[in-house]
Write a protein that binds this ligand. Structure first.
Ligand SMILES: O=c1ccn([C@@H]2O[C@H](COP(=O)(O)O)[C@@H](O)[C@H]2O)c(=O)[nH]1
Length: 222
């Protein structure tokens, strides 16, 4: 687990104009909204990845609180249903700060057999398409999916609908617990709007050099 000092030391080496910072459940649960404010004060746009999934009223209040932190983007689970998604939309519409709302379709750590265990007799792509359509209908700004699904989603959804893709692994990196992985260059080629990259950078021996390598890889395909 990265200490507060480790996080700050890494961020001090980064240029806020070259990447955004994701604060997820691990860092938020340990260091709280104070960390969000400190990282924002350094000039970074913050992707608050707390994946809200609860009854509509609770999500409405949680999204309002997240919006008040001034974050750039935040997540919730599309599987929370249309009332929950619309309650999140209302919260942002009534907030002074207006973060982008992106709904997680199917976690990139899940594959077809995981859906079958849950009693869902669809492929990951079909499940992602279904939940992405719901997210669009309910006023989300985009969805989180695997880059493997991006080209199919582009044909289904409106052109400016954001496709945010974790499960990114440079060639040769370990997949870890991710099951639907794509390389950075392929994700850009497929048309991902934002790549979410964690361990390939944070666990690299030289994180800043690894980030620069990834940026070089994707700049070649843009
Ligand atoms: O479907 C999803 C949604 C969110 N995530 C988050 O992205 C990062 C990915 O980290 P890696 O270390 O690059 O695997 C992680 O914080 C997840 O919570 C996701 O992986 N898949």
């Amino acid at each position: 687990m990265a200490s507060d000092n480790d996080v700050m030391a890494l961020l001090r080496q980064l240029d806020p104009s070259s990447c955004r910072v994701k604060i997820g459940k691990e860092l938020f649960t340990r260091y709280g909204p104070d960390l969000v404010r400190r990282v924002a004060d350094m000039g970074f746009d913050i992707f608050l990845d707390l994946k809200f999934h609860d009854i509509p009223n609770t999500v409405n209040k949680a999204v309002a609180a997240a919006a008040d932190l001034g974050v750039w983007m935040l997540t919730l689970h599309a599987a929370g249903g249309s009332d929950m998604l619309r309650a999140a939309r209302d919260a942002v519409d009534n907030s002074e700060h207006k973060p982008l709302l992106v709904a997680v379709t199917l976690l990139t750590s899940l594959a077809e057999n995981d859906l079958a265990i849950q009693g869902v007799a669809r492929s990951p792509l079909e499940q992602v398409q279904r939940l992405a359509s719901l997210a669009q209908e309910c006023g989300m700004d985009g969805v989180v999916c695997s880059a493997a699904e991006v080209s199919e989603l582009r044909m289904l959804l409106r052109k400016d609908f954001l496709l945010v893709t974790p499960g990114i692994r440079p060639q040769g990196d370990a997949a870890n617990d991710q099951k639907r992985i794509v390389t950075p260059a392929a994700a850009i080629q497929q048309g991902s709007d934002y790549l979410v990259i964690g361990r390939p950078i944070t666990r690299a021996r030289e994180p800043i050099e690894k980030l620069a390598l990834i940026q070089q890889e994707i700049s070649g395909v843009q």
